[in-house]
Design a protein around this ligand. Structure first.
Ligand SMILES: CC(C)(COP(=O)(O)OP(=O)(O)OC[C@H]1O[C@@H](n2cnc3c(N)ncnc32)[C@H](O)[C@@H]1OP(=O)(O)O)[C@@H](O)C(=O)NCCC(=O)NCCS
Length: 201
């Protein structure tokens, strides 16, 4: 109550709408962490930040054609990447990267439209590092942050024959709630997770 009144006074003095003040307070602030995979390799997971456009561009170029076709995520030209990085810095989206010791981006996951009722999840790992637990690490980070921010639902679409991704999502409690298709007639499951039912081992 007191906080609300205070916010309203500060908002009025600064000339911001109260809604904007509330949003500034709610920006996702992901604390960087390190994770160790079974092979003893150590990766750090942190928010995508200023200057990461090149790393994102290299990451996309290193994905196999198959991975590219499974994960579009967003546009990858530099103009779009600048918007993507800005959305992470501003806190409109929660975008996390997994980086190896040399600073190379090897995994990327996001909750797009973080402040919408239902943010949309995307994830990809470089082919050479798939199946080692990095996807699980990034998923866990995203979902823990979303739970901390009192989000209720997360949604995604996944190509129907992408068994590995579907297996990963089901592990965390995602359920198939519908289907859709793209302009190339490829069929997708629509999956949704009620964060109250998320399975975080
Ligand atoms: C899907 C993807 C993100 C998973 O990341 P990853 O690092 O390879 O996955 P992890 O090793 O962390 O986790 C694998 C989990 O997926 C599931 N899984 C793996 N292979 C599977 C298969 N063939 N069938 C069903 N589930 C499978 C299991 O639940 C497994 O967990 P477990 O090892 O505890 O059993 C990654 O493979 C990838 O980038 N693929 C290409 C792009 C893509 O498909 N993105 C998703 C678009 S919707």
């Amino acid at each position: 109550m007191l906080l609300r009144a205070l916010k309203s006074i500060v908002a009025r003095i600064l000339g911001f709408p109260i809604k904007m003040m509330t949003r500034l307070n709610k920006r996702p602030r992901f604390e960087a962490i390190s994770i160790e995979l079974s092979g003893k390799e150590i990766y750090s997971i942190r928010s995508i930040g200023p200057g990461d456009e090149n790393k994102l561009h290299e990451f996309r170029n290193k994905l196999s054609d198959e991975a590219k076709s499974l994960f579009e995520g967003h546009h990858w030209d530099f103009r779009s990447l600048r918007r993507v990085v800005a959305s992470s810095v501003k806190g409109d989206d929660l975008r996390l990267g997994a980086f190896d010791k040399s600073g190379q981006l090897v995994g990327y996951a996001f909750l797009q439209n973080y402040w919408a009722a239902v943010p949309v999840l995307g994830i990809a790992i470089l082919d050479s590092l798939q199946n080692k637990g990095l996807g699980r690490g990034l998923m866990r980070c995203l979902l823990v942050e979303a739970i901390k921010a009192n989000k209720r639902l997360v949604r995604l679409t996944v190509i129907k024959d992408n068994a590995r991704a579907i297996g990963l999502y089901q592990k965390y409690g995602f359920k198939i709630i519908g289907q859709t298709a793209d302009e190339k007639q490829r069929e997708y499951h629509v999956m949704s997770l009620d964060l109250k039912e998320a399975v975080l081992e």
